[in-house]
Write a protein that binds this ligand. Structure first.
Ligand code: HAM
Length: 426
């Protein structure tokens, strides 16, 4: 008997009753957001000439170097006309932009897409070999307003997946031709040469594309990089001003962005703004990076077109779905267990005040013994419980228990939220 055929490694069958419905909802939601901002849909072929990605994404990048699915146009001529499955969406969209002389038609072109991508990566949680991206590419916009528009859209897409904490990480890579950037790269090489602790891969990166050292996952390299010269301190005045304006606009939009000097991103085409939207509470290698994007002001020109500034981002739909599901499965920060009717009345007020502090609170309104109430909290909630008996109620206090560490203390109502925060921060 032949073994049963299996789905290829790093890929999944998707079923409507399981994750497919959620996936499609995010794709539709994202495309609606994009259209509402004036972006029009584009679909490019699932395969392209490998040379396009070599030129755009860069031969030093992992995507081109290790992760392409390659095949010859004609199997009888294996070395000729090599095609690859599309690993990312920016290069094909730039190719389409150039091919139809789009820059002659309108000053600003805004395009969006919802497409599968293919990368031969080592499969892990949130890292697939076929995955879906939704994204935008905007051509012709030089000012910081476009950066803010694109980042705001990226945040809105991440919010489609659920109500979980997200963060925007942002960095300024300056302009490729900039003298100060060239001087910085030399600075960084000198710093690496002066340290013996960098791993062999970082030595190779030093030669091929030195900025990539910031992507190294080796803890010792990460430590050494904390002391390394920072690109953001060396970029030209114009690029710095651009960055400051982007940060100001994000502030106006109430989008908290954290400048992250080590964020360089794994594709070679970026200049000035690079950003990621991450879910800090997600677990799994890279699973928390939901969106990646940035400016690529020289790429259109590098691929043979006019000097048109451009920028965009792509979000991983499976990663968004995972982050949303994890958040939905998350148990309440604290279970509040009032004992007796007077305590149950007070519980509404206490729970509301803790929720206002940003905690999720579930209240047990059933009449149960303390033992049964604690058993319910262990089963249905996280590790924290608050007991409000008659004595505590008359003292204006609550008993706070950590069911995992078996510690407890009695605290005035006003200090309970600070206790919850301390326990969560451990
Ligand atoms: P990227 O950072 O390579 O950027 O990918 C964007 C997003 O796609 C990631 O943040 C992640 O959510 C998802 N993703 C990437 N690889 C995988 C994988 N193996 N499995 C599951 N999800 C994955 C780009 O692709 C650029 N084209 C983005 C861009 C557009 N920059 C400017 N315009």
């Amino acid at each position: 008997m032949h073994p049963l055929p299996q789905v290829p490694r790093g890929t999944h069958d998707l079923f409507e009753e399981e994750s497919l419905a959620g996936l499609r909802a995010i794709q539709r939601g994202a495309m609606d957001l994009f259209r509402a901002a004036g972006y029009q849909e584009i679909e490019t072929p699932m395969f392209e000439s490998v040379d396009l990605f070599k030129r755009a994404v860069g031969e030093g990048s992992d995507i081109v170097n290790k992760e392409m699915y390659l095949f010859a146009e004609n199997p009888a001529e294996p070395g000729k006309d090599i095609l690859c499955l599309r690993p990312e969406g920016t290069a094909p969209v730039v190719r389409a932009y150039l091919q139809r002389h789009e820059h002659m038609k309108r000053p600003i072109s805004r395009w969006c897409y919802s497409e599968p991508m293919f990368r031969r990566e080592r499969p892990q949680a949130g890292r697939l070999r076929q995955f879906n991206q939704v994204g935008v590419e905007c051509f012709g916009g030089k000012s910081a307003h476009y950066d803010a528009e694109v980042i705001a859209l990226a945040v809105a897409v991440a919010r489609l997946a659920g109500d979980f904490p997200i963060q925007v990480l942002i960095n300024n890579l300056g302009d490729p031709g900039d003298e100060s950037r060239a001087a910085y790269l030399e600075h960084l090489r000198t710093y690496i040469d002066g340290q013996s602790g960098f791993c062999p891969d970082c030595r190779v990166r030093r030669e091929k594309n030195v900025l990539r050292v910031f992507d190294c996952k080796v803890p010792q390299c990460q430590d050494l990089l904390k002391q390394a010269p920072q690109l953001a301190d060396h970029v030209s005045g114009e690029a710095r001003e651009h960055h400051e304006t982007v940060l100001g606009l994000l502030k106006d939009l109430n989008i908290p962005a954290k400048t992250s000097p080590g964020l360089v991103r794994g594709l070679d085409f970026y200049s000035r703004t690079v950003f990621e939207v991450v879910a800090p509470e997600a677990t799994g290698a890279q699973a928390g990076t939901l969106v990646g994007g940035g400016r690529y002001d020289t790429l259109v020109n590098d691929l043979g077109g006019p000097a048109v500034p451009a920028l965009g981002f792509a979000a991983g739909v499976e990663r968004l779905l995972m982050a949303g599901q994890a958040a939905a499965a998350k148990k309440a920060d604290i279970s509040l267990l009032p004992l007796g009717e007077a305590a149950r009345r007070k519980a509404h007020v206490l729970a509301a005040s803790w929720r206002a502090e940003g905690f999720s609170v579930q209240v047990l309104f059933e009449e149960k013994s303390l033992k049964k109430a604690l058993a319910w909290a262990s089963k249905e909630g996280g590790p924290l419980a608050a007991i409000l008996g008659e004595n505590e109620l008359s003292a204006g206090e609550v008993v706070l228990k950590n069911l995992e560490t078996h510690t407890q203390e009695q605290t005035p109502f006003e200090q309970a939220a600070a206790w919850i925060r301390r326990q969560k921060d451990v």
